[in-house]
Design a protein around this ligand. Structure first.
Ligand code: RIB
Ligand code: CA
Length: 324
């Protein structure tokens, strides 16, 4: 916490196993004031995302936070889910009861605009999904920028991709939306795969969470123990399963930015059809090269790119927060 006051936060998600881990943390950490949660197609279809998000909030005992339904598909591409990773229902097929609450009767962009502008202090926006809603917000209501403190997004990669050899899923799913985000004109932190994949909860902690009598902690354990159904996943013994925090690490970076090492670097998104589409091109060169010498300098937005993370620090923070 900067001045001892809670940080106003809005999360945009495609719940998702790891989005669910992030939501459990966000609604339980005392430094965060989660003003709203908006849903977008990504890991699963947008209605599944809404259902999963409401379910998580009920399991966590935080049903009162407004949740709104957003984009059903990317700006240009067709939707391409990650159900092979997150399960048929998008959240590990845990058989949780249907949520009793319904989403807000306004769409995600409307809720984002109203909650951002109504916040008494600038909002930290935390997208952890394809950036379609955020792009639509910035193009429809650019005035929201005046009350945004920072955008901390899970997405991109400075090195290795996951959806493709070079592209991370959230950016690959809607590259045009990611390009619009990067030119938002507010401070941006990129919590990409370079740090996303490293924050892993040890098996003993996962086992303890799974045995908890408290629904939110137990759900965190079940989600951490989830393994994709795809053929080459490690069947392994679930009791010996560590689990990645995934998107939750981006929310840890909001609460404890000192745990993330960032470098302010030019970042571009490859939009061209072909093998690099959706790649985040992070320029880590110490100086311009021949391209700039002969073709002139292209102004790229500067982004605070996460290149290292204190894994133990974030795992400890997560466990201390979710295990109530
Ligand atoms: O590439 C990882 C990202 O894609 C995470 O946000 C995960 O939930 C999926 O949305
Ligand atoms: Ca996600």
């Amino acid at each position: 916490m900067t001045d001892g006051r809670r940080i106003p936060v809005i999360i945009d998600c495609d719940t998702g196993v790891d989005d669910a881990l992030a939501l459990l943390f966000a609604v339980r950490h005392p430094a965060l004031d989660v003003r709203a949660i908006t849903c977008v197609a990504g890991n699963t279809d947008v209605d599944g995302v809404v259902r999963n998000t409401l379910t998580v909030l009920e399991q966590a005992g935080a049903p009162g936070i407004p949740v709104a339904r957003g984009a059903e598909r990317p700006l240009i591409e067709a939707p391409r889910s990650a159900q092979h990773v997150h399960g048929h229902d998008g959240m590990g097929d845990l058989g949780l009861p249907e949520p009793s609450r319904r989403p807000a009767d306004v769409d995600a962009v409307t809720l984002l605009r109203s909650e951002i502008l109504a916040s008494p202090r600038p909002v930290t926006l935390v997208p952890m999904a394809p950036l379609t809603n955020i792009a639509l917000l910035l193009r429809t209501h650019p005035e929201v920028v005046r009350n945004l403190e920072r955008i901390v997004f899970m997405g991109g990669a400075a090195a290795v991709g996951n959806a493709t050899p070079v592209a991370e899923f959230n950016v690959w799913h809607d590259p045009e939306a990611a390009a619009i985000l990067l030119t938002a004109g507010v401070p941006i932190t990129m919590y990409g795969l370079d740090v996303f994949t490293r924050v892993v909860v040890p098996a003993a902690d996962v086992r303890r969470l799974r045995g908890s009598g408290e629904p939110g902690a137990r759900l965190a354990g079940q989600l951490l123990a989830h393994r994709p159904a795809h053929p080459d996943s490690r069947p392994g013994d679930p009791s010996e399963t560590s689990g990645g925090l995934g998107d939750a690490g981006a929310v840890c970076a909001v609460v404890d930015p000192e745990g993330l090492t960032t470098h302010r670097l030019p970042v571009d998104v490859s939009l061209a059809p072909g093998p690099t589409r959706g790649m985040t091109i992070v320029d880590r060169r110490p100086r311009p090269g021949e391209a700039e010498l002969h073709e002139g300098t292209r102004e790229q937005p500067l982004v605070d790119v996460g290149l290292d993370v204190d894994v133990e620090r974030y795992v400890k923070l997560y466990l201390a927060t979710v295990e109530v």
